[in-house]
Ligand binder design. Structure first.
Ligand SMILES: CC(C)(COP(=O)(O)OP(=O)(O)OC[C@H]1O[C@@H](n2cnc3c(N)ncnc32)[C@H](O)[C@@H]1OP(=O)(O)O)[C@@H](O)C(=O)NCCC(=O)NCCS
Length: 142
């Protein structure tokens, strides 16, 4: 089940973030800023009443940017990331999607490709330390 997060979810988001990302972890301040942006929506994914994932998207007039997305480590590789992405994309299927993903994150690259995201560019040094990002897009279904 997906639900929109509130500031009360900040500790849950912190826990999932710390358990999922080794590098480039967002600070609490970064997450909290998202709640102040009109175009930003933070979602929580619940599995068997446990909050196990989060996603930040920026919803603009015609496009959605997937800003960050994670499933808590102990729940990964159980199909939950796919279910989360399926639910969110279904909700915004008539938007053109964009995202950036590390060139070294093969699991996420393959996952997005399986949802019809196509590579549309490389952003050099996006993550610092010479680590590049792949920019991907998914066409709106109208
Ligand atoms: C990317 C992420 C959200 C995927 O969520 P998930 O719940 O693990 O994904 P799923 O279980 O739905 O699996 C999706 C696919 O990835 C594969 N996969 C997931 N974890 C894997 C692992 N540890 N090793 C190998 N393959 C893996 C699955 O086998 C599946 O492939 P398939 O379509 O061929 O069956 C999750 O791994 C994560 O939070 N990673 C850390 C944060 C991150 O990288 N976020 C994305 C940043 S853009």
């Amino acid at each position: 089940m997906i639900r929109v997060a509130t500031l009360d979810d900040i500790n849950i988001i912190r826990r999932i973030c710390d358990a999922s990302f080794d590098l480039n972890r967002w600070s609490n301040a970064s997450f909290m800023q998202e709640f102040d942006k009109d175009h930003s929506i933070v979602y929580i994914y619940e599995h068997e009443d446990n909050a196990v994932g989060y996603m930040v998207i920026w919803k603009l007039s015609l496009t959605v940017e997937l800003v960050t997305f994670a499933i808590e480590k102990e729940y990964q590789n159980k199909g939950l990331g796919k279910k989360f992405l399926t639910a969110i994309i279904k909700k915004y299927k008539d938007y053109t999607w964009f995202l950036e993903v590390s060139v070294s994150n093969q699991i996420a690259l393959d996952l997005y490709k399986s949802f019809d995201f196509k590579e549309c560019g490389i952003i050099k040094n996006y993550y610092g330390n010479n680590l590049n990002a792949v920019r991907m897009t998914r066409e709106a279904i109208v």
